[in-house]
Unconditional design. Structure first.
Length: 99
């Protein structure tokens, strides 16, 4: 399963981003990271914005509740989310990883 860490600022988890894909979706697990294909180019922050937009829609939280705290220019990123519990996040991610 994906490593999810509780911090004083929310929950963090690792993402392996694959920009330039045909659609944005969770594509499985890569090591302990969530692998996400992104339908945006890795230029001028477009892929990062698309990743935040996707997580906002998927997790049902506002875009302002999601940030990339590490890896803005790297395929391996650390995403931080607030306004969602760890159990809620686990349930949603498990469901997405199975489908």
């Amino acid at each position: 399963m994906i490593d999810i860490t509780e911090t004083s600022d929310g929950l963090t988890f690792g993402v392996k981003a694959v920009p330039g894909s045909s659609r944005t979706r969770i594509a499985g697990q890569w090591q302990s990271l969530l692998k996400v294909t992104i339908a945006a180019a890795p230029e001028k922050g477009k892929a990062n914005k698309e990743l935040i937009k996707y997580f906002s829609k998927t997790l049902g939280i506002s875009k302002s509740s999601i940030s990339i705290v590490n890896g803005l220019h790297d395929p391996k990123k650390i995403v931080q989310v607030t306004n969602i519990t760890k159990n809620e996040l686990i349930v949603i991610l498990k469901d997405l990883l199975v489908s």
